[in-house]
Design a binder for this molecule. Structure first.
Ligand code: PBG
Length: 329
């Protein structure tokens, strides 16, 4: 008696494995997050993200050209805001000469074809480290949405191709879409962080931007009243469907690895491109285990980004964008 099927035949050589491979990842699937800081000649390594840096604008151009040359066509911009410019309402967020607005122009000057997406949320600008405006110990929804819509328009004016609201306030996509249309930015897209979980994996990012919720009286210590409960699944579908109805072009799931069931749920339930954010804590874990010699960093990284794609992501934001692109060449 012999087995009727020998699945190992399809695994026996690299050539046959390549032919039957179901998922492939290319540099085109990546979006590179970029952290920008005020000043000159600054390339500051983020302590909890070894090998990842904050760049001043003069060094940003070179980095952007390198990213483009590796075949990566999009960046996602974040800024580290000076402490004295922070307030509760995020006034600096709409400064036409602000760091974000100048960063957008710097990227576009360096590589005009680079697709520029910008993070829209108040936390880097908030003296309380929250994504919206804080009043009486609560993050108020509608006033925050108004501020975020103005922020989105300001990014569009500076030349952003897409805005990426990461704040998780209710109704923000609709108000943002309307504001963009009203100001003549009908071609500026919206990538919504639709299923964004209240995750402990954002720690290193908050170090990078110094944007963690502050520890003070009457200030919520976490973001659980707006970001989603990691225990919830059907709610993610509802969030994504609502965002699409409100005008989102792309919906995102964040973080990546722990939420790949959600990615597949959305893939089955909604008809829009899906992006995944492999976040700072995921990067830090792989780096740390790699440094210790406990895991093969590159192999684990490629396995994870392949899994993200296999789960249903059309593309992903990842701090490994450059490293992975180099390995895939
Ligand atoms: C801001 C924002 C965060 C991230 C992206 N946009 C942090 C947060 O919500 O606290 C996290 C990204 C990462 O961890 O890599 N709203």
């Amino acid at each position: 008696m012999f087995p009727l099927n020998r699945n190992r035949r399809l695994r026996s050589t690299q050539s046959i494995r390549s032919l039957v491979q179901e998922t492939s990842v290319t540099p085109k699937d990546f979006q590179a997050p970029l952290f920008v800081v005020e000043g000159e000649n600054k390339k500051e390594e983020i302590a909890s993200m070894p090998g990842y840096f904050r760049y001043s604008l003069d060094l940003l151009s070179k980095e952007v050209k390198e990213i483009w040359q590796l075949g990566i066509g999009s960046v996602l911009l974040f800024v580290k805001v000076e402490e004295n410019l922070k307030d509760n309402a995020g006034k600096e967020a709409v400064n036409p000469d602000g760091l974000m607005q100048r960063a957008i122009k710097t990227v576009k000057n360096a590589v005009p074809e680079m697709l520029v997406m910008t993070d829209v949320a108040l936390d880097p600008y908030s003296k309380y480290g929250h994504d919206g405006i804080v009043e009486n110990g609560r993050i108020v929804n509608d006033a925050s949405v108004e501020a975020l819509a103005k922020m989105a328009v300001s990014h569009a004016q500076a030349g952003a191709n897409f805005v990426a609201p990461s704040d998780m306030m209710d109704g923000r996509i609709l108000i943002m879409r309307q504001a963009l249309e009203q100001e003549g930015f009908e071609n500026t897209g919206i990538m919504s962080y639709s299923a964004k979980y209240a995750s402990a994996f954002y720690g290193p990012f908050r170090d990078a931007l110094d944007s963690a919720p502050v520890d003070a009286k009457d200030i919520p210590k976490d973001k659980k009243t707006y970001q989603m409960d990691p225990a919830n699944r059907s709610e993610a579908i509802r969030e994504a469907q609502m965002d699409i109805e409100e005008g989102a072009d792309i919906v995102m799931v964040k973080p990546g690895l722990c939420y790949l069931d959600i990615v597949r749920d959305l893939k089955n339930a909604v008809n829009a491109p899906i992006s995944v954010y492999q976040v700072s804590g995921e990067y830090a874990m792989i780096k740390a285990a790699g440094e210790k010699g406990w895991l093969d960093e590159n192999a684990v990284m490629l396995e994870q980004i392949t899994a993200i794609k296999r789960a249903g992501a059309d593309f992903m934001a990842t701090y490994f964008a450059k490293d992975a692109a180099k390995l895939l060449q």
